[in-house]
Write a protein that binds this ligand. Structure first.
Ligand code: FDA
Length: 311
């Protein structure tokens, strides 16, 4: 119930105004967000790479409603990739980027999907020039079909374009089977959005079961699974499945969010596993922050205190 309320707040303008101006907010934001600028994101990337982790960078922002803004986000990603390459951080895919289709135009009133496809192609070209890759984030269930169409279209030119599958959706296992092709990069997560029961599992244990099933499909296939979870049980299942499938450490990777279980990130990397940290940066952090708060009941206290302090 609380999770539902928080996820509803992620798209409420009133809640956005209250939370972004609350006195406690900055401290929580800095736990999950690398900073406002690309320069700060590059600094955090350098530190994480130096500690043996890999990185994917997300320029915060979603639901772009103007073509100019979509073009600016696209240019921001290309600029960031240039900076990463110049600093020697992108080569070999050590630092890559994650992109939300709605941030680069998917929801524009006219030609949204075409604009998003063209903008993502531009980011893929910049990533290739920098020696690295792009992964498309998955947003709420209404955007899944369009996002997968974009992935299918662009993989003709950019076969290393990655995408996300959310195990909370009933279609997850079938989507993983369809995506299990040689070289196919698939990031499997539980899903951070609230979706109706017609398309999603309401019970967390079913989301977890779906995760394990989808992961088995990816691990048994010829692609490159990206295991995006902090859940200790699923991490154990992933390790067992990798062993069962006879996968060497370089043929898959673990992924976790910046600020979430950092000690576990370092511990896993210390075992010789590949571990990538998802690092968001930018000033438009509201939607991202509220989804992170919704994932952890303890964080709800923060939310309630912020609202109370504004009365
Ligand atoms: P779960 O939520 O059960 O958490 C397991 C444990 O991890 C918790 O008990 C707690 O210890 C810790 N934890 C988890 N979240 C925390 C938080 N916010 N703060 C503090 N501790 C926390 N979703 C989506 O819909 N589309 C996407 O494109 C992506 N992309 C993505 C990339 C990467 C690299 C990751 C790791 C995750 C995503 N997600 C996502 C988010 C994902 O769907 C999911 O909401 C979170 O990863 C939390 O789920 P867990 O699998 O960690 O399990």
């Amino acid at each position: 119930m609380l999770r539902r309320m928080l996820l509803a707040a992620s798209s409420s303008d009133r809640a956005r105004r209250l939370i972004t101006s609350a006195p406690y907010t900055r401290g929580v934001v800095s736990r999950y967000v690398a900073g406002d600028s690309a320069a700060q994101a590059v600094d955090v990337t350098r530190e994480l790479l130096a500690s043996g982790l890999l990185v994917t960078l997300d320029h915060l922002g979603e639901d772009t409603m103007a073509p100019d803004q979509a073009a600016a986000v696209t240019a921001g990603y290309s600029g960031l990739l240039g900076q990463l390459a110049a600093a020697g951080l992108a080569q070999g895919g050590r630092a890559e980027v994650s992109v939300k289709p709605t941030a680069v135009g998917l929801e524009l009133a006219e030609h949204g999907e075409k604009t998003a496809t063209e903008n993502i192609a531009r980011i893929c070209a910049a990533a290739r020039a920098a020696g690295t890759t792009v992964t498309l984030d998955m947003e709420d269930h209404t955007r899944v079909e369009a996002t997968l169409r974009i992935v299918r279209e662009l993989r003709a030119d950019y076969p290393d374009l990655g995408c996300v599958i959310q195990s909370s959706l009933r279609r997850a296992v079938a989507d993983c089977a369809a995506l299990a092709r040689p070289g196919s990069r698939v990031r499997l997560c539980k899903g951070a959005y609230d979706s109706p029961e017609s398309v999603a599992f309401p019970a967390r244990r079913d989301v977890d079961r779906s995760y394990a099933r989808a992961l088995r499909v990816l691990m048994a296939g010829p692609g490159y699974p990206m295991i995006a979870t902090h859940d200790p049980r699923l991490l154990r299942i992933a390790a067992a499945q990798a062993e069962l499938a006879g996968r060497p450490a370089g043929s898959y990777e673990y992924q976790m969010l910046y600020g979430v279980r950092p000690a576990e990130q370092r511990r896993l990397a210390g075992t010789g596993a590949q571990v990538r940290v998802y690092v968001p940066y930018g000033s438009d952090w509201y939607g991202y922050l509220v989804r992170r708060l919704a994932e952890r009941p303890a964080n709800v206290a923060f939310f309630v205190r912020s609202l109370a302090s504004q009365r």
